[in-house]
Ligand binder design. Sequence first.
Ligand SMILES: *[C@@H]1O[C@H](CO)[C@@H](O)[C@H](O)[C@H]1NC(C)=O
Ligand SMILES: *[C@@H]1O[C@H](CO)[C@@H](O)[C@H](O)[C@H]1NC(C)=O
Ligand SMILES: *[C@@H]1O[C@H](CO)[C@@H](O)[C@H](O)[C@H]1NC(C)=O
Length: 460
Amino acid sequence: MVCSCLISSLLLLLVSSSISPSYSFKIKSASFLSPKQVMTPGSVTDPHLFDIDFPRGHIGIKGFDAEVVDEDGNPVPLHETYLHHWVVHPYYVRKGFNLSQLDLDLPRNDLLGSSPDYIPIRNGGLCGNRVRHYFGLGSETRKTSTYVPDPYAIEIGNPEETPDGYEFKWLLNIHAIDTRGVVDKQGCTECRCDLYNVTVDEYGRALEPGYKGGLYCCYDKTQCLVRKGFEDGDKTRTLYLKYIVRWVDWDSSVLLPAKVYILDVTDSWEPSEGSTGDIQEHFCHVEYDVEPCTTSGDGCVDVRTKSLMIPFNGYIVYGVAHQHAGGLGAALYRADGEGICSSMPKYGNGHEPGNEAGYIVGMSSCYPKPVKVTYGETLTLEFNYSNVVGHTGVMGLFYILVAQQLPEPESSLQAHAKSVSFLALLAVTVVVVVVAVVVLIAAVVYRRQNREDGYQSLST
Ligand SMILES: *[C@@H]1O[C@H](CO)[C@@H](O)[C@H](O)[C@H]1NC(C)=O
Ligand SMILES: *[C@@H]1O[C@H](CO)[C@@H](O)[C@H](O)[C@H]1NC(C)=O
Ligand SMILES: *[C@@H]1O[C@H](CO)[C@@H](O)[C@H](O)[C@H]1NC(C)=O
């Protein structure tokens, strides 16, 4: 009885330790607030914030989530403050150089390119300086999973990669539109130039003829048309982007690096003789317009596709698309039509933050069984929008994480874990057998002694 009890409880112990997470790293998490943003009805904020708070050191990012909150930390709904996007990327800055000063002195285009003082670090995608973020989402931020699947992580801050005399820092760009009291919420969130009364971009250059709406009309400090009673600016509120970073300390014995690549359905690239797929061959427009359909009914879907030559090798382990309201879903295919990943919008149907009716409140992320992609292969992006009504400035970005290496089926880690549990099982078995044998021998000896005693007692 005692023996079999012991065995089953030991077995139980063994089972519960082998079903615990197979990767032995500890995920840390921290929550930060951006510098404050002061907004009034119809106002737009689109700052580039340098040197934001971020976990330091050589780490692997496992997730990055964000949302807009007010001064008391309460989530702010999209129908009050529309989050057009937030994006985050690292950069190197020469030690002792004050970047915020540069921000005031130079037009952003110059600033965002590299200089001897400032070297942005871009994702590995094909858009070069036009889409450089490592992490970034828009209105969908509250219900989109950003978790990087195990055993992968986005490796950051490897001290061996930082150039001498430079520091590693992070930049955050928040683009938010306060739509309280505006005449046309959809028009303001789609950055329609007439509502912003804008005819020149933020550097004072005339807009291209026919440009009806998009990022060039809702830049920092522009103002969307508001109803009477909302113009006087007395409804000032202070907002923050709250962001939560999940990470692990870098440990190459248990983690595999995955890199961010962003593909854009508006990429200008076309196959040509001798093209290498190099970044210089690409121009990403980042946004596009959807014209209203001429027929009516169910057929009103704008389907946009783009085939791109992939200039890298690796395995896709995660994917998510970014769409604006009107989005109906996006997918990534191989040339032969095999689906790799699709990402579908979730629309809200209520009033509260995270469920705002008419807004995309989440995009489904895909976690495929790692999909191998090979240098020179062509992949196709597909982005669908409803065109029952027209839209300006919509987006079609597809964000993927690509690992260079897979955990081998019997990776050293799992093999190690398996050999450990095998050894444990062996040890336990040996102990149990030894205990059983000892107990058995003891019992036999005891009984024999008893018998002998009995015999002796009988004999005496
Ligand atoms: C950097 O520049 C900003 C903006 O001009 C200024 O407020 C800040 O004090 C400067 N910081 C240093 C360390 O010089
Ligand atoms: C639009 O801008 C022009 C100058 O660019 C200005 O004269 C006009 O008053 C503005 N209209 C509104 C409604 O603000
Ligand atoms: C896009 O729309 C087309 C035509 O309706 C459909 O065949 C396709 O599956 C859609 N793609 C996605 C990703 O929803």
